[in-house]
Design a protein around this ligand. Structure first.
Ligand SMILES: NC(=O)c1ccc[n+]([C@@H]2O[C@H](COP(=O)([O-])OP(=O)(O)OC[C@H]3O[C@@H](n4cnc5c(N)ncnc54)[C@H](OP(=O)(O)O)[C@@H]3O)[C@@H](O)[C@H]2O)c1
Length: 286
């Protein structure tokens, strides 16, 4: 069976540079811990990843700084998915964490070591897609990204990275990055009820054929929103599915990477690829 007939393909595909992916992908940040802060059973996380592939998910978002105690997202991906076959693994550099888990921001000269850390943990010789993530916590990055992005462009020239993206950025960063190297994706927080000031950046990416890949598409505004609940009732769907369907409705270049460590939630999220919102639904959602 080809991936085109599998549930994750229901929303179609997009090309991240040379890599074609189903628009409904997976984010690895939630694999390690339960929502109440506990460490997830290793077999549960591995089962989620394997089930994702069975459902046709072929785009996985990760980072070396996604770890919690003994669990690391990259190690779980490596164990469950290597040798990755037709899967596209997107990782991100910029933020890092020391042995105590404290975050730091890499200086440009530290980015190569972060790329190599991802290579080691994922068991790869090159990385498919690397996002340069700027800024602190969820504060949008400010200032120039040229020095760091320039280092990554060199690593791409050297063959350690195939494609580049940027994350936590404004339109000015996209303009700046495009002067240095091709950009295949922009990854920002964005959702139906979050960071709508990025509507302009979403359009800018569409015009340039660049994927816009929001994070927290489910988690942003999960407070019970009456409008989301009403649309969910109409489709016998869940609020999370409506938020994902709304995300995918924003344009063929908008990809979803919902994160979960729960097989049931994964199955719901993938099923949202087939959820088409009507004009009335969109009016309700505003
Ligand atoms: N570039 C960046 O700066 C950046 C920042 C943050 C995240 N990311 C990436 O973006 C991905 C997506 O972000 P995210 O994982 O934080 O947020 P998300 O997908 O919007 O939401 C995840 C949260 O929602 C819950 N959830 C997921 N599916 C659900 C469902 N069907 N029903 C009810 N609850 C559900 C999860 O808990 P359960 O585990 O219990 O399902 C988790 O608490 C991450 O995994 C990561 O790869 C990137």
């Amino acid at each position: 069976m080809t991936t085109n007939t599998l549930p994750a393909a229901a929303a179609g595909t997009w090309k991240l540079g040379s890599f074609e992916v189903n628009r409904l992908g997976f984010g690895a940040m939630r694999l390690m811990s339960t929502s109440d802060g506990g460490i997830r059973a290793r077999e549960t996380s591995l089962a989620v990843l394997r089930r994702a592939v069975e459902l046709g998910v072929n785009h996985f978002d990760t980072a070396a700084f996604y770890f919690d105690g003994p669990r690391s997202a990259n190690e779980l991906l490596n164990t469950a998915l290597a040798p990755y076959d037709d899967l596209v693994i997107t990782t991100k550099v910029g933020p890092g964490r020391d042995f105590e888990g404290t975050f730091y921001t890499a200086r440009p000269e530290q980015l190569r070591a972060q790329v190599e850390q991802n290579l080691r943990e994922l068991g790869l010789d090159h990385l498919d897609v690397v996002n340069y993530r700027i800024g602190q916590a969820l504060d949008r990055g400010t200032g120039s990204l040229a020095d760091g992005f320039g280092v990554l462009a060199e690593l791409r020239e050297q063959g350690l990275i195939r494609e580049l993206g940027i994350s936590n950025v404004g339109p000015e960063h996209l303009t700046e990055a495009l002067e240095i190297a091709p950009v295949v994706c922009v990854q920002n927080q964005y959702g139906l009820t979050a960071r709508r000031e990025d509507d302009e950046l979403v359009r800018m990416c569409a015009e340039r054929g660049i994927a816009f890949v929001p994070f927290f598409a489910v988690a942003s505004g999960t407070g019970e929103d009456a409008r989301v609940a009403e649309v969910a009732r109409r489709h016998d769907a869940t609020p999370a599915q409506v938020r994902l369907a709304w995300t995918l409705h924003q344009g063929p270049h908008v990809l979803a990477i919902p994160g979960t460590g729960d097989v049931g939630h994964l199955e719901q999220n993938v099923a949202a690829a087939a959820l088409e919102l009507t004009a009335e639904d969109l009016r309700t959602l505003g």
